[in-house]
Every structure is written in C-alpha cells, then in structure tokens.
Design a protein. Sequence first.
Length: 265
Amino acid sequence: MSKPFSVLHDIHCHSFLSSCCSDETCTAENVFKQAKEMGYDTLCLTDHLWDSAVPGPSNWYAPQDIPHVLSAKPVPQYEGMRCLLGCETEYTGNGHLGLAKEHFDLFDFVVIPPNHMHMVGFVRPEDVTTPAQMAQLFTERLDEISKLDIPMEKVGIAHITCPLLFREGKVCDVVKLMDEDKLHEIFARFAARGAGIELNRGSFKELDEDPENALRLYRIAKAEGCKFYCSSDSHTMEGYKSMGAIIRRIADLLELTEDDRYIIP
Ligand SMILES: [Zn+2]
Ligand SMILES: [Zn+2]
C-alpha cells in the first residue's frame, strides 16, 4: 500500500516582494518559520517575476526582476524541512516566457501560470471573449508551454482551473469545451518531461456545482502519469494556514497517493 498524498508542503506562494502582496509581515523569514511550525516538509517561495533579459514586460511586472526576487536570499534553513526559492513567471503566448532559459539555474523551481487571463492585452488577446474561444486559447497555451525548451523537471504548471481563466463566467464552461485527445497529448508531454501539476487552494470554487468539469483536467493529467503538488498561492501570513482541507479533499477525490506527488529535484 502506498502512503496517502501528503498536503504538508507548499511550493507556490508569495512574500511581500510580490507587488500584489499587501501584508508587510509576509517576509521570507516569517513564511518559512510558520511553515516549520505547521510541520511542512517543503516550502518554496515563488514571488512574481519578469526577467529583464526578456523583452516586453507589463508595467506591473517590470520592477519584479531577478535581483528583486533573489533579494529573499539567503532563505532560512531548518532541520527536516526543505526551504527553497523559486519564482512565478509569466507566459504570454507564442513561446514567450518571462524567464530566460539560461536563468533557470538561479531558481530551485519555476511556476508557470498558463491562465492569468485577467491580464487583457498582455496575456489574453482582447478579441478572446467567449468560452469557446477561451477553451481554444487555453488549450493552445498549455500545448505551447509543454513544448518550451526549458528544464521542465523543475517547472510547475500553476492553477490550471483558477478563476482568473474566465472571470466573466464559469471556468467549467471553458474546461468542458477543451478537446479530449489534445488534452491527453499535452498532459502526457508534461508527464514525460517531469513537470508538476498544481493543486491550488483557490482553484476549486466550482467543485460542488460541477465536479466532473472541475476535476476533468486533473483526472486526465493523472491518467497520463503526471505528478501533483500543493499550493496555497498565499499572499498573506493568514492565507498560508488555510490550504489543507480543500487540497486534502481534492487529493482524495483524485485518489492520489504519495507516489503521485511531484518533488522538486
Ligand atoms: Zn498565478
Ligand atoms: Zn501565485
């Protein structure tokens, strides 16, 4: 018998270095200390990042460059817990990623969000408005990310059912229109290349309403052999504490065991 999937880790979360974090107490030091107190075996801080070596950041991203994110170093070290430093970069389509390949070495782990579609005119083209168009765009983005020439074994695919995917409607109405064969092909590629698939605390708001589509992408990912990890995606000290219950439920619904867990290499 394999061990049950452990939710005592958080490898996509933010500190006050992220521009969207307004909790000044959310420092790297405090975040790692609290994680240790909660009994976590791994915490990886992943503040928002756009590498100045890559052209075209939005005004919001531009100040959040590599020196800014790496200013969290040195991260604290605790006995029995991995304390890691990564980043959450951005993907804007057509192979354009906000972190240059040669700079992956600077980070333990790189989170790539495929669906920050609230960033209209930057991540989301203005003419994508209907669920069908969004299903098409989102599928293309996942496909493109799965083919990027980067060290995929240290990449996490963030919050694939995040509400930001389609704020004006339901995420499930987009997900249910995505092509089954294409999704299998994409997640098989992520599995083969060793990427992690994220279970994000905020990505399951439609679970009770539409369990089939709320879990559809994860079930396909699991069927193709993908591994999974937990994310609070927290931007406050308090937010770090409220991940366990929903992720535990998701892990149980997906029948995940510790063998299905993604581990940062
Ligand atoms: Zn994100
Ligand atoms: Zn995030």
